[in-house]
Design a protein around this ligand. Sequence first.
Ligand code: AMP
Ligand code: MG
Length: 447
Amino acid sequence: MSLNWILLSAGRMIFAKRSIMTARYTSSEMIDVEDARETILSQIVATETESVALTACLGRVLAQDVVSDIDIASFDSTAMDGFAVRFSDFSDVNESNPLKLKIIGILGAGSVYESTVEPGQALRIMTGAPVPSSVDTVVKIEDVAIEGESAECPSGEYATFTKMPKLRDHIRPRGEEAVRGDVLLHIGERISTAGAGLLAATGNAKILAYRRPRVAISSTGDELVDVDQIPGPGQIRNSNSYSLAAAAIDAGAEVTVLPAVADNREALVETLKAAAGSFDFVITSGGAAEGDFDYVTSVVRELGTLYFNKVNMRPGKAQTFGIIDDTPVFGLPGNPAAAMVGFEILIRPALLKMQGLPDLRRPTVRAMLTTDVRKKADSRRFYLRARVDRDGEQRLIVTPEKNQSSALFSALNRSNCLLVIPEGSEPCPAGTEVDCIRLDIQEGVIL
Ligand code: AMP
Ligand code: MG
């Protein structure tokens, strides 16, 4: 099958998927969380790749496999300061049957011993130095008595051994880290601190990574004033732009906070048009419901394709998603916790997918409720701000915040998980096992 054909058929599949989704969700019906997630993810493609310097690679997602160009290390080396010896010289060595060998030199890391260590001889050797092929064992310096050490003879003249070593003691074998051709890091892998070391060891001063998605954030609302202002009557500070900016940065994005937009249709049209033309992903907060001054949904519908504007979840059912100018645009609710939960559940996976990451779900743990959860008869999925902990017997327990108001940052700030109460479930008494999405653990981590 030719590459062209594969690309063509992949393109057709995406096209087919898009039209199915379009047909299904352009109306204002409420859709389930999982459908909303899938709808967004089906519209997301990875960003292009770019060359990134090794010193800036931490947390970036590899767009290439990393193959070792050499054996690492490319020689047997000593793991200890001591003496390189021939194991065959040792026979039942102990305190009352010591072995005395002639010291023939001293070798430091970075040097090579060119001649042969003969029977009856020992080579003094420093950690990291290559072990000559004529020896097969290293005895650490603490276990050796040295005679004749002087300024003229820094290695010493004789070494006395009073213990039996084991064959190949303290020798790090060639290729212990990798042999030439080994794939050490894989495409789609987030570069860790140890990964940076492997990149250096394999000679990669630069690597190919997915470009960080460029995300624009714009809050809407007549009541908003900037962070450096004292709010007047009826005004509040624009905090969402900054919580969402932090969340997007945490998801690996490069963020631009746009000026807040008034509750004015024309202003929103201008902002969304311009942002969709210059960014990879556009996020708004506020004005996403169906109030008299909520314009996000209708503007997305006017400028592009609206996929949904209500999701079967609490907090924050008013979640709008569409595509303008090939750019995903997401309208989050204005209530701070609702905006952050919407970001976490629906936008974060999309930003991760844009960076080529394969794992798009945070680890979920099962934990026992410490209190009753009395939820109103409601068919929506609840994401309660909560804290997972361990009890005295090391069992996982979870305590929801008492005040679940979607207006609060502090409850979320104290939480380390979102406690999930599935759609349509009855009130849950203390002791019930529930799913908790860990907000403090990255996607792909195995618990
Ligand atoms: P809305 O979704 O526009 O109806 O807003 C819902 C609630 O969230 C209102 O109480 C708003 O004042 C509040 N809100 C809207 N935008 C922000 C923001 N950027 N920062 C903090 N609170 C906001
Ligand atoms: Mg508003």
